[in-house]
Design a binder for this molecule. Sequence first.
Ligand SMILES: [Zn+2]
Length: 338
Amino acid sequence: MDNWTLTGPKTLANRQQGELALTPEQVKVKVTHVLLSNFDALCYSGELPVAYPKTIGRYAVGIVTECGEKAFGIEKGARVFIKGTRPCGKCLHCKRGNPENCEHVQIAGIDFDGFLRDFVTCDYRRVAALPAEVDDINALCIEHVAMAENIYDQLNLPAGGKVAIIGGNATAFILAQVAMYHKLVPVVICDNAQAVEKFKHAGVYYAMLTDDDLYTNVAEATSGLNCDAAVYISCSRMNPDIASRVIGRDKTLVLEGMASLKFKLDSIPLFRHNTRVITVTDGYGYTESAINMILHGAIDLNAFGKQILTEFDPAPILEGMLSDLSHGTKMTIAKLIF
Ligand SMILES: [Zn+2]
């Protein structure tokens, strides 16, 4: 039996899960696969604010084993992605029946129990049925792709727009691919030579190191005009001021914080360049669009190493991830057998 629960920083235990009652609008899901990610590692370390106790695990797929009588459009036996975000149900938008505008989107593993457990019950609208072509492993990346779609939407750039991505991990990788799918030109900036090679190998032409030639290389990639937008991956632990130095005036800087970390950002260049700063922390509202992108082969996840574990102790795995948040592109998947 699995129900891996955090009760404090670095205090993780497998606890017996209580009986799960099903309301008419809920479904019961047998969790089959959970992606252990940077987000979970930062919950584990205490760097992300968890409302203890909370079960860990934000990205999961499973099989529906029971449906409430008012769970529409989803059937017993369906393979589903369990959404890692939920509307709060308490704000005025939620109460008026517009949960898509929720002001306090809740996140699995921080605000409500995550999915590294045998069974999950949730509102039927918080699961998405998976087409046969989207396998369980690809489905675990749905929220990353959804977040990238969210960012793309907010940037609102025409084809050919150059987007600097500051970071070299799996999140940066997915962002670069989503940008290319939408005919934008990613300019990936990262502090690790191996990661730069990986990006180039995956077809990202402008992938460069943060060395002395950085600004010359960016100028070359943009014909001297600088980038049209920049996305700073906060768990890259790179210097965020690089982002403001590679965009032009009146452009957008996105602070990506799915696995958010505290950092200091120099405000002066932002003011001088009239920069619009926005933050994006999830893929809330973009799940279906992300499934569609994966279905159309827009994202190649083959570049990621994969490790599928049927027996696991999450604590040392998450501890290990903490040492390579910035460049990790290996997917570690817990496969839950029941
Ligand atoms: Zn709400």
